[in-house]
Design a binder for this molecule. Sequence first.
Ligand code: GDP
Length: 433
Amino acid sequence: DPVVAIVGRPNVGKSTIINRIIGHREAVVEDKPGVTRDRVSYKAEWAGKDFTLVDTGGWEADAKGIDAQVAAQAEIAVAHADVVLLVVDAIVGISNTDEAIVRMLRRVKKPILLVANKVDAEHQEAEVHALWSLGMGEPFPVSGVHGRGLADLLDALLKVIPEHSQYAEPEALGGPRRIALVGRPNVGKSSLLNKLADEERAVVNDLAGTTRDPVDEIVELGDRPWRFVDTAGIRRRVHMAKGADFYASLRTQTAIERSEVCVVLLDVSEPISEQDVRIIQQVVDSGRALVLAFNKWDTLDEERRELLEREIDRDLAHVAWAPRVNISARTGWHKDKLVPALETALEAWDSRISTGRFNAFLGEIVAAHPHPLRGGKQPRILFGTQVSSRPPKFVLFTTGFLDPGYRRFIVRRLRETFDFTGTPIEISMRVRE
Ligand code: GDP
């Protein structure tokens, strides 16, 4: 669902408006200082359209002063949202804190609706005209307490809500988790699939849709079902006609995109090839969880084994975070190691770090290893937040562009501090001028 952030200084009535929109009263979470409640999301609906309302009120920024604190909170909220509702108190009027938020929002290229709260009676609507001066467009007069004006506000909201959210939590697709088994021809994909499917007490279901649909199979492993996607491409050996490479790689991409976690099979009897590295890169670029399976381990002699280790160091160092399992699809050796690796990778892929923890982490990094001086200036990280999972994506708010080396350093520290085994992670920056 699209995500709507609600921002505003304390006491403008955000919670009252949220309760009105969601149609019932949410238990008030403790609001004592030090009790971090981070971001709270509510499911909401208007005229048949679902959306998520996000309130980030509880997170404490390390920023100096109440205005900076509130603006930082709003900034975090906005980073998570497709549309922003800025709530002000129409009766009290505009404060310095409101202005701090407005200054921040001016840089935001997302739809923003200005909500003028506490307009409980018609005669108070005159107060609202003054709010045009904020430069945030037409103010919508509402009364959170009485519900006045909310229908108009929500109608306007539906007009600017995007069809597809960039920030929605990817819904856990119900049912078994989706695995793609990928790798260049002859690495042993179909052998492995057979070994897993036939020897487990597993039921192999043919989930064929139409003939043009890719075919999936459900295989029970470690007491639970897994959905292997697009196994038709593995099982049916298509004759290698001209252009087959192109279709094979297209097929691989489709399988990756339909999956949550990819097992990239490598053949240890041959050197790691460019094609292997390319397929691994496809998985990383698609943001899927990754497990590396080194197949045909039964063929390995001491000499080849040493070579393989060197190849791994040289060609796969950039995915050292991916779990590795050594298997033999032929004998079935170590096939039970696959499930724990898949589970580890998926857990990291799903994971979420609270804004509080993430900023504690950033604070330590910045204190111990500040960004190097560059041309007399030193870009600073102000704060950051995880904007989504599957895979984990982070945004850093900074005062200047961070060097690529420094960014890599942060990613490295992030991986050392939190467990991201098996998942790619992304960091982007919002630079304040
Ligand atoms: P796919 O193209 O990736 O599906 O590969 P296949 O499963 O068809 O396997 C290609 C060849 O490698 C076949 O001759 C298999 O018998 C052989 N093979 C697959 N796994 C193993 C293994 O673990 N050990 C050995 N020695 N051979 C294997």
